[in-house]
Design a protein around this ligand. Structure first.
Ligand code: GDP
Length: 424
């Protein structure tokens, strides 16, 4: 019986969706356990190119059951759009292959409003939010002021609950931000339109997973974003508002006592970071433009250009530790084919001190990258499928990363397609 989590080691966008899409072949169930529709996995397979935001990547495999766990931010409006998008490409989404936890909280329209209003208030000190309402959603969840998906089956109680929440939320909207209030009728209409459409998928997914586990079915846990965006251990406050770590998978899925049998950490062959916050190795100018273009580094949700830099081994080792990764999947190695010399960030300089430890967030602004250069291979490796067929310089690059991270790299991805993978 296998329970495996596939998680990001860095700032997100490592190519997790691509790895889940590949590995779902060996799993019966795929669970998303945290986050919302604020990021995106891009998956390319024989059905086309998909930008998935909230739907688990297993939705693209026939026979796989996909679960949105209690830890996710369930935005029924966006989920519906996403379901329609994948259905338009020939992927069926039914209560058999998508199940939503009755304990997942609903992301309501005011969460998006509050996200935008707060970024606007912050002006040039903004966090770089995708304005999908995620931060206001999770703060409300921890204040116990959200609606659980399962409440949709209890309309009388739901109406009373909404009335209470509305009274409180309208105070914030109008008196703190000078924005417009919501009315109960408006919210009920919204729930009628979107809540009703997701209702058929809602069930006790914890119970489903416990039974699945007891009957020996294998479960893959899919994370959003990466270790450095974890609310508790990332680059706070430029983190996301949930826990992106594998350790949270059992809780956010509805199987709190589960022990993971494997954690696969996804690392990109260079670094990218979207939005604001410290990014020690950041490249600028034409060097950055070249890498951004080569890797098509634009946000899957927003189209924002991603900040790029050399592979940051300091941050990556910290990410491997946080995730407790047993194995690494290294993605986008093909992108570096144009470089003569490949920079790698091996240490940070903070004042007079050199360190390979990832520092406390407040120290990051002073940290400067210490770079080493490795030989490039100067050719297109996207057609390579066997380790021994990779140029020696590319193998040396992979081995160098493996040695520094002290974690094996059995998967090397050289293209976005399902089969563009080298298994070592
Ligand atoms: P995720 O959120 O971690 O799944 O990452 P994204 O989907 O945002 O970003 C990964 C992007 O890189 C997607 O567009 C993938 O199709 C693409 N990709 C994944 N692996 C590879 C690879 O090995 N080579 C290339 N060239 N592209 C890849």
């Amino acid at each position: 019986m296998k329970n495996c989590a596939i998680v990001g080691i860095n700032w997100g966008d490592e190519g997790k969706g691509r790895m889940v899409d590949l590995l779902t072949e060996d799993y019966d169930i795929v669970v998303r356990y945290q986050g919302g529709g604020n990021a995106g996995h891009t998956v390319v397979n024989e059905k086309g190119k998909f930008a998935l935001h909230l739907l688990p990547s297993g939705i693209l495999r026939q026979g796989v059951v996909n679960i949105l766990g209690n830890g996710v931010a369930l935005d029924p409006e966006n989920l519906l759009t996403e379901i329609r998008d994948v259905e338009a490409k020939g992927v069926a989404v039914t209560p058999e292959n998508l199940k939503i936890s009755d304990r997942a909280s609903l992301l309501l329209p005011w969460h998006r409003d509050l996200d935008a209003l707060e970024e606007q208030r912050l002006g040039d000190r903004k966090y770089g939010s995708t304005k999908q309402g995620i931060a206001p959603f999770y703060s409300d969840k921890y204040q116990k002021k959200t609606v659980l998906a399962g409440e949709l089956f209890h309309p009388v109680e739901l109406r009373e609950h909404l009335r209470d929440l509305l009274e409180w939320k309208d105070l914030t909207l109008t008196r703190v931000y000078g924005s417009r209030p919501y009315t109960l009728e408006e919210l009920l209409r919204w729930l009628e339109q979107y809540g009703e459409t997701v209702k058929p998928y809602i069930c006790d997914t914890g119970d489903y997973l416990r039974r699945a586990q007891a009957s020996g079915r294998s479960i893959l846990f899919e994370a959003q974003l990466g270790a450095l965006r974890d609310l508790d251990f990332g680059i706070y406050p430029y983190t996301t508002s949930s826990n992106t770590l594998a350790a949270y998978a059992p809780i956010g899925s509805g199987l709190p006592s589960l022990k993971l049998t494997e954690v696969i950490g996804v690392v990109k062959a260079y670094s990218t970071c979207v939005g604001e916050g410290p990014f020690v190795g950041e490249m600028f100018g034409s060097e950055a433009d070249r890498l951004r273009e080569a890797g098509a580094e634009y946000g899957a949700k927003t189209g924002r250009p991603r900040r790029v830099g050399p592979l940051d081994l300091v941050a990556t080792r910290y990410g491997v530790e946080l995730q407790g990764a047993d194995k690494i999947a290294l993605t986008k190695l093909d992108v570096l084919g144009y470089m003569e010399k490949i920079p790698v960030c091996v240490k940070y300089r903070i004042g007079d001190t050199l360190t390979d430890r990832f520092p406390f967030p407040a120290e990051l602004a002073q940290a400067e990258p210490v770079l080493e250069y490795m030989e490039g291979w100067g050719c297109d490796i996207s057609g390579v499928r066997r380790w021994e067929d990779l140029p020696e310089a590319a193998r040396a690059y992979v081995r160098r990363i493996e040695d520094t991270l002290r974690c094996p790299i059995p998967y090397v991805s050289v293209g976005p397609q399902r089969d563009s993978i080298i298994l070592r």
